[in-house]
Design a protein around this ligand. Sequence first.
Ligand code: FAD
Length: 491
Amino acid sequence: PVGLIWFRRDLRLADNAALYHAAQHCKTLYCVFVFDDSILTALPHADRRIEFICQSVTELDEAIRHAADRPQAGLITRRGLPQEIIPALASQLGAGAVFCNDDDEPAALARDAQVARSLKAEGRVLLRSKDHRIFARDEVLTQSLSPFSVFTPYKNAWLKKVTPFYLSSYPSERDLPAKLADRPEADRQRMPTAVELGFAPDTLQGLRLPTGESGARQLLADFLPRLPQYKAARDFPALKGPSYLSVHLRFGTVSIRELARLAHEAAHHSDGSDAGREGAATWLSELIWRDFYFQILAHHPHVIERSFKPAYDVIEWDTGAEADALFTAWCEGRTGYPLVDAAMRQINTSGYMHNRLRMVVASFLVKDLGIDWRRGEAYFAEKLNDFDLAANNGGWQWAASTGCDAQPWFRIFNPITQSEKFDADGKFIARYVPEVAQLPAKLRHAPWLAKPLDLLKAGIALGSSYPYPIVDHAVAREKTLARYGILKKDS
Ligand code: FAD
């Protein structure tokens, strides 16, 4: 039998579930990646993710040709709507089955259902494998078989259920080489670049963001020796604490099984140090958050539009010209709160933002500026290299207190104390907000509180070289408590 492997958010050959199953069932295999117009047309002209995908797809194509040891083999790429392209290509190649890895985002489910229907009409099948998370939506449930909505019990159940079976890698590259077919002549061209797809060039230049499976390997090799420091370092944006692997998890250039296995083994390593075990257990916990939000989205797709907790839909956010101006200042890193501004400039210039800062700026937008969390969520969705609907929505609803297991609404981050605690030396601020870098570190958190002489010495003219704070946190806090006050304190 002939099979077609449809790559989507799994741009790798190693430990790839769909690839493994395809190689088990078929004698001849083709590989395809579709540049999906329904996604591409909604993106801005300069989008780093397109370049990331193009470079990763190029590496995948090379890896396929290398595995087959024939240049005629390799990846077929098409541009258009997968609903039309995949059935037509399967028919052209005589593939009885199309293999892919699953995706629980509602738009992806609808797309796959349509592809499956068209294939079925011609006697073909779409076979989906679980690949980008450890547990699928219904694999970790409460004792009464309902989905979890609180993280800690979910995590405990996750840890109880996990066995080497769930964490071991698929030997997906083992049987592949002998089965890879030559591409049709017309499909042997090189992979398209971002420019050829109509996007701006060089969006990743200068970012030190290695792409493809090799890029993920490089970041992982760099991170593993730092794992023992993860717990202590992960909250401080000026430190190289986290793994920076999120974009690779997003596009599947690394396997979640491999990462979770490494973390799980290190967390239980009897010869390791306490720090080693703790660092690994903390990191594993973050990977479990990822699974947690996937299953929240899968079970509660209403979160895309509304609050996880319906009672919170009554909250009224500020709108109008003044709110729009505050939102723009937030987007552009001009709030006058240096840590918030540094964070927003980090996302704007690199497409990455440190996790602690995502919490700080999300809280600031919602609870200091009174702006609907959905506007911030949409901004992140446009800017983040690692944008993932489930994690992004979960993070925003957590910060806005509207989500499952969220920050209680009356707990409001103070942007100054967050800054003093997590960027005590003002190093991160200095990196992204050079306007205040000449101030002594302890004054960088709230420059408007500095003495005029200190401001003068640092070359700062508040209101012209750097803004005054756009809101007074103490006043905003009271307004927010009143805004959420229509809810009962325990809701
Ligand atoms: P590490 O600390 O090395 O963590 C390892 C991996 O665990 C991450 O790559 C990620 O896949 C996962 N992870 C870590 N924290 C979380 C979390 N809270 N929720 C879900 N998964 C997590 N993460 C995204 O991948 N995409 C998003 O669009 C996204 N949006 C967010 C929005 C807000 C408002 C908040 C508060 C968090 C968001 N996160 C998102 C979660 C988290 O901030 C990032 O996963 C993390 O900063 C990525 O950096 P890293 O790979 O270096 O993380």
